[in-house]
Design a protein around this ligand. Structure first.
Ligand code: SAM
Length: 510
């Protein structure tokens, strides 16, 4: 068995891989690499969580092309995270890790899961052998802990986070640039029960658990695995073939290529993205989609000059800025992360949310200033009022001064904005529990004639005439779920009437 050279900076995957793996059976080799791949992903996820930095979700890290055993790796990451508090406690009490192993702690965590709760058979690999030699010491720590806490087994010791138990249908968006919907239904129907979504065109619904990550139609970009709420955003913008459209914050590009599909590949799409690494992902998505009318702009949307002649014909803007991602936390498995388990994830977020909301307001304000723009969609995958209704409300007067009004995307959709201002019933929300993803969509449309803002719908008017308040309006007819109520409560006392800066004021300040 190869040895790790102590002078070589150890990587999570270890350096002894090749010589070790040569002597293993196929099953052992596959498990050996799955543990190392799981450790790499765990390191990224834990580092991001520790610094309260958004990293890609566990799922998207596992489904990167470089990960071979996706199912095994995913299961291992999730199980290790689930038992991480107890794994750490046992390791600390046993105090047997030298610095060398501490530097590879994520791999140690993964192996600890296997030794304490998973496979009891001998495991191949240097780190594995090290821990197996310590097995009786580890076991005696576990026994002490169990008796101290009067628990029967390790399961009992785990302080489990709230797992919303998300089991949702698999949504598939057909990339009509490459394949028509009928052909996609026929092809997917060979293996799955496929239905058309009742609201979003070109969207198919497959049973929960349908795993299409390795499907050839996904691999060649004929279909995209895209959630329903995410697929509603480009449809809400409703760009026409031949238009010039700006996707302000575009990577990884799911909505950008959806725009291209809705425009039949005709017209011009400018996809702006600030982050260099994410620009690469964006380019990959565009290539995969086969769209040839998308120009990638690597830069800051806030720094784009609306008077630039190359942007003078932009008629629609899709603004899907960075957000807390709280609406997709369950799907991202954030409940498994230490910050959630330790209860740090809600109370300490106000500062971060305020920063995000400040950027979101600047970006939306900037979108209004493009001279030819007639339609703007502002969307987030957040459930927080501060990133959603508050952002929209704070810019209503600026929107009005540019001739925009709120319109109602998908009027047939029941769940609308939180009723915090008259007109919030134009906004669209999806619920993280009931719809399995929490999204928010606001659609601004330029009017031929200017109306005072907010536009009072007939429903709002009638509720006022009857002495009602906005709580009687349609926004409340679709009652918020418990999750909404929780956030409404948390934010109800926070008044957020901020001065709106024009884009030029904003830029000189930043
Ligand atoms: N619309 C994308 C999709 O559906 O695939 C997701 C967009 S993601 C929520 C937000 C993106 O905005 C991130 O990739 C982030 O790097 C980018 N971003 C953040 N600040 C930006 C800025 N000032 N200008 C342009 N892009 C920015």
């Amino acid at each position: 068995m190869g040895r790790v050279n102590p002078r070589t900076k150890p990587s999570v995957a270890g350096t002894a891989g090749k010589s070790e793996s040569r002597r293993m059976s196929n099953a052992d080799r596959s498990a050996y690499f799955a543990r190392r791949e799981a450790a790499k992903i765990l390191r990224r996820v834990l580092e991001g969580d520790a610094h309260r930095r958004a990293v890609a979700s566990i799922k998207s890290l596992v489904y990167a092309p470089s990960v071979r055993n996706k199912k095994g790796t995913f299961a291992l990451v999730c199980k290790t995270l689930k038992y991480l508090p107890i794994i750490k406690e046992v390791l600390e009490a046993a105090d047997l890790l030298s610095n060398k192993w501490k530097r590879q702690k994520e791999l140690i965590y993964v192996i600890m899961y296997d030794i304490l709760l998973g496979q009891k058979t001998p495991l191949a690999g240097d780190a594995e052998k090290f821990l197996m030699r310590q097995q009786s010491a580890l076991q005696s720590v576990v026994t002490q802990l169990l008796s101290k806490r009067k628990a029967n087994n390790i399961e009992d010791l785990i302080a489990r986070g709230d797992n919303p138990g998300v089991s949702r249908p698999r949504f598939i968006r057909v990339n009509t640039l490459k394949m028509d919907v009928h052909a996609a239904i026929q092809e997917l129907g060979k293996r799955y029960a496929v239905q058309k979504d009742d609201m979003v065109p070109d969207l198919l619904v497959l049973p929960p658990g349908s795993d299409l990550h390795d499907h050839p139609l996904v691999a060649d970009g004929s279909i995209f695995m895209q959630g329903k709420a995410s697929s509603m955003v480009a449809v809400a913008l409703d760009p026409k073939p031949g238009w010039e459209v700006l996707d302000a914050c575009s990577a990884p590009g799911n909505k950008t290529v959806h725009l291209a599909s809705l425009m039949n590949g005709k017209g011009r799409i400018i996809a702006c993205e600030l982050n260099e690494n994410r620009v690469k992902r964006l380019q990959h998505t565009i290539e995969l989609s086969g769209a040839s009318n998308i120009e990638v702009l690597h830069g800051d949307f806030l720094a784009l000059d609306p008077k630039d002649p190359s942007l003078s014909k932009v008629r629609a803007i899709l603004l899907d800025p960075s957000c807390s991602g709280s609406g997709t936390a369950a799907a991202r498995l954030d409940h498994l992360l230490p910050s959630h388990v330790e209860g740090k994830s809600s109370g300490d977020d106000h500062e971060r949310l305020d920063k995000l909301a400040a950027f979101q307001r600047k970006a939306l304000a900037h979108a209004f200033s493009f001279p030819a723009v007639e339609r703007i969609v502002y969307s987030t995958c957040s459930i927080h009022q501060v990133e959603n209704e508050d952002v929209v409300q704070s810019l209503l007067h600026l929107a009005e001064s540019h001739g925009f009004q709120l319109e109602t995307p998908f009027p047939q959709w029941q769940r609308r904005g939180l009723p915090v201002f008259a007109g919030a019933n134009h906004l669209l929300r999806t619920d993280p529990i009931e719809d399995k993803e929490g999204f928010f969509i606001a659609l601004f449309k330029k009017q031929n004639t200017t109306h005072p803002f907010p536009q009072i719908s007939s429903r709002d008017k009638s509720s006022r005439n009857h002495g009602g308040n906005i709580r009687n309006s349609r926004a409340v007819a679709c009652l918020p779920t418990s999750m909404f109520k929780m956030w409404m409560h948390a934010h109800s006392k926070r008044t957020r009437r901020r001065k709106i800066h024009t884009p030029s004021e904003t830029r000189t300040r930043s």
